[in-house]
Design a protein around this ligand. Structure first.
Ligand SMILES: [Zn+2]
Length: 191
């Protein structure tokens, strides 16, 4: 079956798309941005470290199972708090760039769960774990679920998965970034 019973192999938007979204967020942050982009891209895929739970015998539907705590808003807040430090900044001594970077870290981490909630398979996302065990999907789920293992991803279905993500995530993101750049660009005759 194509949906929830697909089991362990089909659970996520592809890692490429998570990284693209995380890295793109760096363009909204204060410079220098290279290290920030690497940190945000890493945070955008970090939630799927919870797949180790499968090996440890943690059931998918458990609060610490796949798409549970590491995909939640509280976990994103935690990661956001550490992002300035990971990016070589300090929330205490570098307040003007530290807090925006913490916010971007939160968004990059949370973007993972948000993208997963747009996928058409697996279990929903535990946005409020550990405070609520409920799992969520958005009502509209255009993204094809992607296999967790790279070997399975680079198969005949891989291209179809990536195509759905390019259409529904990469292109809108490129347009949004382009518009935000244009909006920030000062007109040539501005004072
Ligand atoms: Zn995930």
């Amino acid at each position: 079956m194509a949906d929830g019973s697909a089991g362990r192999r089909f659970q996520l938007a592809s890692a490429f798309t998570h990284v693209v979204v995380g890295g793109a967020l760096a363009s909204l942050g204060p410079g220098p941005r290279l290290r920030l982009a690497v940190v945000l891209a890493a945070l955008s895929v970090f939630p799927d470290a919870d797949v180790i739970g499968f090996r440890l015998g943690i059931p998918y539907e458990h609060p610490f199972g796949h798409r549970g705590f590491t995909h939640s808003i509280p976990f994103a807040l935690l990661c956001g708090a550490f992002t300035p430090w990971l990016s070589g900044r300090s929330l205490r001594t570098d307040v003007r760039s530290g807090w925006p970077i913490a916010g971007l870290g939160f968004l990059a981490t949370l973007s993972h769960g948000v993208l997963d909630a747009f996928t058409n398979g697996g279990l929903g996302v535990g946005f409020f774990t550990p405070f609520s065990p409920e799992r969520f999907f958005f009502p509209w789920r255009p993204l094809q679920v992607s296999p967790i293992s790279a070997g399975a991803f680079f198969s005949s279905t891989g291209l179809r998965i990536l195509a759905s993500e390019v259409v529904w995530v990469w292109l809108p993101l490129a347009v949004a970034l382009g518009v935000s750049r244009l909006a920030r660009r000062r007109p040539p005759n501005a004072a």
